[in-house]
Design a protein around this ligand. Structure first.
Ligand code: SAH
Ligand code: SF4
Length: 385
Protein backbone atom coordinates (compact mmCIF):
# COMPACT_ATOMS: atom_id res chain seq x y z
CA UNK A 1 0.00 0.00 0.00
CA UNK A 2 1.35 3.44 -0.88
CA UNK A 3 1.63 5.90 1.99
CA UNK A 4 -0.84 8.75 2.11
CA UNK A 5 0.73 12.01 0.98
CA UNK A 6 0.08 14.99 3.23
CA UNK A 7 -1.14 17.62 0.78
CA UNK A 8 -0.21 20.54 3.04
CA UNK A 9 3.44 20.14 2.01
CA UNK A 10 3.01 20.17 -1.77
CA UNK A 11 3.74 23.40 -3.62
CA UNK A 12 2.02 24.24 -6.92
CA UNK A 13 4.36 22.07 -9.00
CA UNK A 14 4.23 19.20 -6.55
CA UNK A 15 0.46 19.29 -6.39
CA UNK A 16 0.19 19.53 -10.19
CA UNK A 17 2.46 16.50 -10.56
CA UNK A 18 0.40 14.46 -8.10
CA UNK A 19 -2.82 15.50 -9.76
CA UNK A 20 -1.39 14.50 -13.15
CA UNK A 21 -0.51 11.07 -11.67
CA UNK A 22 -4.14 10.81 -10.63
CA UNK A 23 -5.30 11.69 -14.12
CA UNK A 24 -6.34 15.25 -13.26
CA UNK A 25 -5.85 18.44 -15.25
CA UNK A 26 -3.57 21.20 -13.86
CA UNK A 27 -6.49 23.47 -12.92
CA UNK A 28 -7.68 20.79 -10.49
CA UNK A 29 -4.43 21.21 -8.59
CA UNK A 30 -5.07 24.94 -8.28
CA UNK A 31 -8.61 24.29 -7.09
CA UNK A 32 -7.33 21.85 -4.54
CA UNK A 33 -4.70 24.29 -3.34
CA UNK A 34 -7.35 26.94 -2.74
CA UNK A 35 -9.47 24.51 -0.74
CA UNK A 36 -6.53 23.49 1.40
CA UNK A 37 -4.93 26.81 2.17
CA UNK A 38 -7.44 29.56 1.47
CA UNK A 39 -10.38 27.74 2.98
CA UNK A 40 -8.45 25.54 5.39
CA UNK A 41 -10.49 22.53 4.32
CA UNK A 42 -9.32 19.09 5.41
CA UNK A 43 -12.36 17.09 4.41
CA UNK A 44 -12.26 16.02 0.77
CA UNK A 45 -16.02 15.48 0.71
CA UNK A 46 -16.54 19.17 1.44
CA UNK A 47 -14.63 20.09 -1.74
CA UNK A 48 -17.83 20.09 -3.69
CA UNK A 49 -16.55 21.38 -7.00
CA UNK A 50 -14.16 18.44 -7.39
CA UNK A 51 -15.51 15.37 -9.19
CA UNK A 52 -16.68 12.60 -6.90
CA UNK A 53 -14.23 10.17 -8.50
CA UNK A 54 -11.35 12.56 -7.80
CA UNK A 55 -12.44 12.97 -4.19
CA UNK A 56 -12.45 9.19 -3.93
CA UNK A 57 -8.82 9.08 -5.13
CA UNK A 58 -7.89 11.78 -2.67
CA UNK A 59 -9.44 9.84 0.19
CA UNK A 60 -7.42 6.78 -0.80
CA UNK A 61 -4.09 8.44 -1.47
CA UNK A 62 -3.90 11.67 0.47
CA UNK A 63 -4.39 13.28 3.85
CA UNK A 64 -4.56 16.82 5.18
CA UNK A 65 -3.22 16.83 8.70
CA UNK A 66 -1.48 19.23 11.08
CA UNK A 67 0.57 18.25 14.15
CA UNK A 68 -1.36 17.84 17.37
CA UNK A 69 -1.36 20.84 19.70
CA UNK A 70 0.20 19.94 23.04
CA UNK A 71 -0.11 23.39 24.58
CA UNK A 72 -1.83 26.63 23.63
CA UNK A 73 -0.88 29.75 25.56
CA UNK A 74 -2.41 33.16 25.13
CA UNK A 75 -0.75 36.24 26.57
CA UNK A 76 -2.66 39.30 27.74
CA UNK A 77 -1.05 41.26 24.89
CA UNK A 78 -2.46 38.77 22.40
CA UNK A 79 0.75 36.87 21.74
CA UNK A 80 -0.10 33.24 21.29
CA UNK A 81 2.17 30.28 21.52
CA UNK A 82 1.52 26.72 20.46
CA UNK A 83 3.59 23.68 21.30
CA UNK A 84 3.13 21.14 18.52
CA UNK A 85 3.75 17.42 18.70
CA UNK A 86 5.77 16.35 15.66
CA UNK A 87 6.05 12.72 16.75
CA UNK A 88 8.83 10.55 18.10
CA UNK A 89 8.87 12.53 21.34
CA UNK A 90 9.68 15.79 19.55
CA UNK A 91 7.81 19.05 19.94
CA UNK A 92 8.26 22.45 18.26
CA UNK A 93 6.94 25.93 18.93
CA UNK A 94 4.96 28.33 16.80
CA UNK A 95 4.28 31.88 18.00
CA UNK A 96 1.79 34.46 16.75
CA UNK A 97 2.50 38.11 17.55
CA UNK A 98 -0.31 40.55 16.77
CA UNK A 99 0.51 44.21 16.23
CA UNK A 100 -1.62 47.10 15.11
CA UNK A 101 -0.51 47.02 11.49
CA UNK A 102 0.35 43.34 11.07
CA UNK A 103 0.22 39.84 12.51
CA UNK A 104 3.47 37.90 12.52
CA UNK A 105 3.81 34.15 12.77
CA UNK A 106 7.15 32.72 13.87
CA UNK A 107 7.62 29.18 12.56
CA UNK A 108 10.02 26.34 13.35
CA UNK A 109 11.85 24.31 10.71
CA UNK A 110 13.60 21.61 12.75
CA UNK A 111 13.18 19.74 16.00
CA UNK A 112 16.35 20.94 17.72
CA UNK A 113 19.26 22.39 15.74
CA UNK A 114 22.70 21.14 14.76
CA UNK A 115 24.44 24.54 14.63
CA UNK A 116 24.78 24.69 18.40
CA UNK A 117 25.23 28.41 18.95
CA UNK A 118 26.65 29.10 22.38
CA UNK A 119 23.75 31.31 23.52
CA UNK A 120 20.86 29.27 22.09
CA UNK A 121 18.78 26.84 24.10
CA UNK A 122 17.53 25.08 20.95
CA UNK A 123 21.16 24.51 19.98
CA UNK A 124 21.90 23.05 23.40
CA UNK A 125 19.05 20.64 22.85
CA UNK A 126 20.91 19.08 19.91
CA UNK A 127 19.43 18.05 16.59
CA UNK A 128 16.54 15.61 16.37
CA UNK A 129 15.22 15.93 12.84
CA UNK A 130 14.18 18.15 9.97
CA UNK A 131 10.54 19.06 9.74
CA UNK A 132 8.76 18.03 6.56
CA UNK A 133 7.35 20.82 4.38
CA UNK A 134 3.84 19.89 5.50
CA UNK A 135 4.88 20.31 9.14
CA UNK A 136 6.16 23.83 8.44
CA UNK A 137 3.13 24.87 6.40
CA UNK A 138 0.82 23.25 8.95
CA UNK A 139 2.00 25.85 11.48
CA UNK A 140 0.47 28.58 9.32
CA UNK A 141 -2.57 26.47 8.44
CA UNK A 142 -3.15 25.73 12.11
CA UNK A 143 -2.64 29.37 13.16
CA UNK A 144 -5.23 30.51 10.62
CA UNK A 145 -7.68 27.98 12.03
CA UNK A 146 -6.93 28.85 15.64
CA UNK A 147 -7.10 32.60 14.98
CA UNK A 148 -10.40 32.31 13.19
CA UNK A 149 -9.15 33.39 9.78
CA UNK A 150 -10.92 30.57 7.97
CA UNK A 151 -14.17 31.13 9.78
CA UNK A 152 -14.59 34.57 8.28
CA UNK A 153 -16.29 35.21 5.02
CA UNK A 154 -13.90 34.87 2.11
CA UNK A 155 -11.35 32.88 4.06
CA UNK A 156 -7.80 33.81 4.82
CA UNK A 157 -6.94 35.46 1.51
CA UNK A 158 -9.03 38.50 2.31
CA UNK A 159 -8.33 38.63 6.01
CA UNK A 160 -4.59 38.44 6.49
CA UNK A 161 -4.72 37.83 10.22
CA UNK A 162 -1.25 36.43 9.63
CA UNK A 163 0.31 39.02 7.33
CA UNK A 164 3.97 38.19 8.00
CA UNK A 165 5.90 34.99 8.56
CA UNK A 166 9.38 34.81 10.09
CA UNK A 167 11.45 31.62 10.04
CA UNK A 168 12.84 32.33 13.49
CA UNK A 169 11.48 29.50 15.59
CA UNK A 170 13.39 26.35 16.35
CA UNK A 171 15.97 25.15 13.87
CA UNK A 172 18.17 26.40 11.06
CA UNK A 173 15.93 26.77 7.97
CA UNK A 174 18.82 26.64 5.51
CA UNK A 175 19.94 23.29 6.90
CA UNK A 176 16.50 22.00 5.97
CA UNK A 177 16.50 23.59 2.57
CA UNK A 178 14.10 21.46 0.53
CA UNK A 179 11.30 21.67 3.07
CA UNK A 180 11.90 25.34 3.74
CA UNK A 181 11.79 26.09 0.01
CA UNK A 182 8.54 24.19 -0.55
CA UNK A 183 7.00 25.88 2.49
CA UNK A 184 8.06 29.32 1.23
CA UNK A 185 6.58 28.66 -2.19
CA UNK A 186 3.28 27.65 -0.66
CA UNK A 187 3.22 30.70 1.61
CA UNK A 188 3.80 33.00 -1.38
CA UNK A 189 1.42 31.26 -3.79
CA UNK A 190 -1.65 33.29 -4.72
CA UNK A 191 -3.75 30.13 -4.67
CA UNK A 192 -2.57 29.46 -1.12
CA UNK A 193 -1.61 32.21 1.37
CA UNK A 194 -0.50 34.84 -1.13
CA UNK A 195 1.98 36.46 1.26
CA UNK A 196 4.28 39.09 -0.14
CA UNK A 197 7.98 38.22 -0.44
CA UNK A 198 8.76 41.28 1.62
CA UNK A 199 6.66 39.96 4.46
CA UNK A 200 8.29 36.54 4.69
CA UNK A 201 11.70 36.49 6.37
CA UNK A 202 14.18 33.65 6.53
CA UNK A 203 16.63 33.96 9.40
CA UNK A 204 19.90 32.05 9.11
CA UNK A 205 23.08 31.57 11.09
CA UNK A 206 24.89 31.80 7.74
CA UNK A 207 24.75 28.70 5.55
CA UNK A 208 26.44 30.48 2.65
CA UNK A 209 25.79 28.04 -0.25
CA UNK A 210 22.13 27.89 0.68
CA UNK A 211 21.84 31.69 0.85
CA UNK A 212 23.05 31.60 -2.76
CA UNK A 213 20.46 28.99 -3.66
CA UNK A 214 17.65 30.84 -1.95
CA UNK A 215 18.57 33.91 -3.97
CA UNK A 216 17.98 31.91 -7.15
CA UNK A 217 15.04 29.77 -6.01
CA UNK A 218 12.86 32.03 -3.93
CA UNK A 219 14.30 35.34 -2.72
CA UNK A 220 12.42 36.53 0.34
CA UNK A 221 13.50 38.97 3.06
CA UNK A 222 16.74 37.83 4.67
CA UNK A 223 17.91 38.08 8.27
CA UNK A 224 21.41 37.02 9.25
CA UNK A 225 22.29 36.04 12.80
CA UNK A 226 25.55 37.95 12.95
CA UNK A 227 26.25 38.28 16.69
CA UNK A 228 29.96 39.14 16.39
CA UNK A 229 32.11 41.66 14.52
CA UNK A 230 35.07 39.34 13.84
CA UNK A 231 35.77 35.70 13.00
CA UNK A 232 37.55 34.88 16.25
CA UNK A 233 34.50 35.74 18.34
CA UNK A 234 31.93 34.48 15.85
CA UNK A 235 33.73 31.12 15.66
CA UNK A 236 32.95 30.76 19.35
CA UNK A 237 29.38 32.04 19.32
CA UNK A 238 28.17 30.57 16.04
CA UNK A 239 30.31 27.47 15.32
CA UNK A 240 29.12 27.41 11.69
CA UNK A 241 31.35 30.45 11.19
CA UNK A 242 34.38 28.14 11.10
CA UNK A 243 32.96 26.70 7.89
CA UNK A 244 31.61 29.92 6.39
CA UNK A 245 33.61 32.87 7.74
CA UNK A 246 32.41 36.46 7.77
CA UNK A 247 34.02 37.50 4.50
CA UNK A 248 32.10 34.80 2.61
CA UNK A 249 28.93 35.46 4.54
CA UNK A 250 28.94 39.19 3.81
CA UNK A 251 29.74 38.56 0.15
CA UNK A 252 26.72 36.22 0.01
CA UNK A 253 24.58 38.98 1.57
CA UNK A 254 25.68 41.51 -1.02
CA UNK A 255 24.88 39.07 -3.81
CA UNK A 256 21.55 38.18 -2.25
CA UNK A 257 20.51 41.80 -2.33
CA UNK A 258 20.67 41.80 -6.12
CA UNK A 259 17.53 39.62 -6.09
CA UNK A 260 16.00 40.37 -2.71
CA UNK A 261 12.55 41.93 -2.32
CA UNK A 262 13.99 44.43 0.17
CA UNK A 263 17.06 46.55 -0.41
CA UNK A 264 18.71 45.63 2.89
CA UNK A 265 19.48 42.59 4.97
CA UNK A 266 18.66 42.52 8.65
CA UNK A 267 21.51 41.63 10.96
CA UNK A 268 20.40 40.08 14.23
CA UNK A 269 22.80 40.63 17.08
CA UNK A 270 22.25 39.05 20.48
CA UNK A 271 23.50 41.34 23.23
CA UNK A 272 25.73 39.37 25.59
CA UNK A 273 27.15 41.13 28.61
CA UNK A 274 30.91 41.55 28.35
CA UNK A 275 31.14 39.30 25.29
CA UNK A 276 30.13 41.25 22.18
CA UNK A 277 28.54 44.44 23.48
CA UNK A 278 31.33 47.02 23.93
CA UNK A 279 31.78 50.24 22.00
CA UNK A 280 34.87 48.67 20.46
CA UNK A 281 32.68 45.86 19.10
CA UNK A 282 30.24 48.40 17.68
CA UNK A 283 33.03 50.25 15.89
CA UNK A 284 34.41 47.00 14.50
CA UNK A 285 30.93 46.03 13.39
CA UNK A 286 30.46 49.30 11.50
CA UNK A 287 33.65 48.63 9.63
CA UNK A 288 32.63 45.03 8.89
CA UNK A 289 29.25 45.88 7.34
CA UNK A 290 30.45 49.01 5.52
CA UNK A 291 29.58 47.60 2.09
CA UNK A 292 26.31 45.86 2.95
CA UNK A 293 23.05 47.82 2.98
CA UNK A 294 21.59 46.66 6.27
CA UNK A 295 19.51 47.22 9.36
CA UNK A 296 20.39 45.96 12.80
CA UNK A 297 18.13 44.21 15.23
CA UNK A 298 19.68 43.98 18.69
CA UNK A 299 18.27 41.10 20.74
CA UNK A 300 18.74 41.26 24.51
CA UNK A 301 20.03 37.79 25.40
CA UNK A 302 17.34 35.60 26.89
CA UNK A 303 19.17 33.70 29.61
CA UNK A 304 18.64 30.06 30.40
CA UNK A 305 20.17 28.07 33.25
CA UNK A 306 23.56 26.64 32.50
CA UNK A 307 24.28 29.02 29.62
CA UNK A 308 26.98 30.82 31.60
CA UNK A 309 26.02 34.03 29.78
CA UNK A 310 24.30 37.24 30.86
CA UNK A 311 22.08 39.74 29.14
CA UNK A 312 23.68 43.15 28.49
CA UNK A 313 22.42 45.97 30.69
CA UNK A 314 19.72 48.15 29.06
CA UNK A 315 22.06 51.19 29.11
CA UNK A 316 24.74 49.18 27.29
CA UNK A 317 22.23 48.10 24.66
CA UNK A 318 21.11 51.74 24.32
CA UNK A 319 24.70 52.93 23.89
CA UNK A 320 25.48 50.19 21.37
CA UNK A 321 22.32 50.98 19.40
CA UNK A 322 23.21 54.67 19.42
CA UNK A 323 26.67 53.96 17.97
CA UNK A 324 25.11 52.12 15.06
CA UNK A 325 22.30 54.55 14.42
CA UNK A 326 24.61 57.56 14.60
CA UNK A 327 26.59 55.93 11.82
CA UNK A 328 23.40 55.91 9.75
CA UNK A 329 22.25 52.32 10.27
CA UNK A 330 18.62 51.85 11.26
CA UNK A 331 18.83 49.91 14.50
CA UNK A 332 16.04 48.35 16.49
CA UNK A 333 16.03 46.65 19.87
CA UNK A 334 13.79 43.64 20.12
CA UNK A 335 11.10 44.05 22.70
CA UNK A 336 9.69 41.04 24.46
CA UNK A 337 6.06 40.22 23.79
CA UNK A 338 3.92 37.76 25.64
CA UNK A 339 5.63 38.45 28.95
CA UNK A 340 2.96 36.81 31.01
CA UNK A 341 3.24 33.52 29.14
CA UNK A 342 7.02 33.48 29.20
CA UNK A 343 7.02 31.82 32.60
CA UNK A 344 4.79 29.18 31.12
CA UNK A 345 7.25 28.94 28.27
CA UNK A 346 9.87 27.79 30.76
CA UNK A 347 7.50 25.07 31.88
CA UNK A 348 6.77 24.07 28.32
CA UNK A 349 10.48 23.96 27.77
CA UNK A 350 10.83 21.33 30.44
CA UNK A 351 8.34 19.25 28.56
CA UNK A 352 10.10 19.70 25.30
CA UNK A 353 13.27 18.54 26.91
CA UNK A 354 11.67 15.49 28.44
CA UNK A 355 10.14 14.60 25.13
CA UNK A 356 13.28 14.93 23.09
CA UNK A 357 15.11 11.69 22.53
CA UNK A 358 18.42 13.40 22.20
CA UNK A 359 17.97 14.99 25.53
CA UNK A 360 17.51 11.64 27.12
CA UNK A 361 20.94 10.66 25.90
CA UNK A 362 22.54 13.76 27.33
CA UNK A 363 24.06 13.67 30.73
CA UNK A 364 22.94 16.09 33.42
CA UNK A 365 19.86 18.23 33.46
CA UNK A 366 19.37 21.74 32.19
CA UNK A 367 16.14 23.52 32.78
CA UNK A 368 14.44 25.93 30.42
CA UNK A 369 15.32 24.32 27.12
CA UNK A 370 13.17 26.48 24.91
CA UNK A 371 13.33 29.71 26.85
CA UNK A 372 15.62 31.15 24.18
CA UNK A 373 12.62 31.07 21.90
CA UNK A 374 10.73 33.72 23.69
CA UNK A 375 12.56 36.84 22.70
CA UNK A 376 13.60 35.30 19.46
CA UNK A 377 9.98 34.81 18.64
CA UNK A 378 9.11 38.32 19.59
CA UNK A 379 9.45 40.60 16.65
CA UNK A 380 7.90 43.78 17.96
CA UNK A 381 10.50 46.46 17.63
CA UNK A 382 11.57 49.67 19.26
CA UNK A 383 13.41 51.88 16.82
CA UNK A 384 16.48 54.00 17.55
CA UNK A 385 17.24 56.68 15.07
N1 SAH B 1 18.47 29.27 13.23
C1 SAH B 1 18.12 30.53 12.70
C2 SAH B 1 16.71 30.96 13.04
C3 SAH B 1 16.20 30.67 14.44
S1 SAH B 1 16.95 31.53 15.74
C4 SAH B 1 19.11 31.58 13.14
O1 SAH B 1 19.95 31.30 13.98
O2 SAH B 1 19.06 32.67 12.60
C5 SAH B 1 16.25 33.17 15.63
C6 SAH B 1 17.10 34.24 16.32
O3 SAH B 1 17.12 34.11 17.77
C7 SAH B 1 18.55 34.17 15.89
O4 SAH B 1 19.06 35.43 15.61
C8 SAH B 1 19.19 33.59 17.13
O5 SAH B 1 20.55 33.86 17.14
C9 SAH B 1 18.43 34.24 18.25
N2 SAH B 1 18.60 33.59 19.57
C10 SAH B 1 18.88 32.31 19.82
N3 SAH B 1 18.98 32.09 21.15
C11 SAH B 1 18.74 33.25 21.76
C12 SAH B 1 18.71 33.67 23.12
N4 SAH B 1 18.92 32.82 24.12
N5 SAH B 1 18.42 34.95 23.39
C13 SAH B 1 18.18 35.82 22.38
N6 SAH B 1 18.20 35.49 21.07
C14 SAH B 1 18.50 34.21 20.75
FE1 SF4 C 1 20.33 26.86 15.60
FE2 SF4 C 1 19.63 29.41 15.23
FE3 SF4 C 1 19.84 28.36 17.69
FE4 SF4 C 1 22.03 28.80 16.29
S1 SF4 C 1 20.59 30.35 17.02
S2 SF4 C 1 21.58 26.94 17.45
S3 SF4 C 1 21.32 28.32 14.23
S4 SF4 C 1 18.37 27.78 16.14
Amino acid sequence: MTAHVNLLGLDADGLARRCADWGQKPFRARQLMRWLHQRGEADFDAMTDLAKSFREVLRERAIVAAPKVLRDHVSSDGTRKWLLDVGGGNAVETVFIPETDRGTLCVSTQAGCAVNCLFCSTGKQGFSRNLEAHEIVAQLWHANHALGAYAREGGVAGDRIVSNVVFMGMGEPLQNYASTLAALRIMLDDNAYGLSRRRVTVSTSGVVPMIDRLREDCPVALAISLHAPNDALRDELVPLNRKYPLRELLAACRKYLERAPRDFVTFEYVMLDGVNDSDRHAVELLDLVRDVPCKFNLIPFNPFPGSGLRKSAPERIEAFARRLSEAGIVTTVRRTRGDDIDAACGQLAGEVRDRTRLRQRMVGSRAGVATGQRERSSVALVEHR
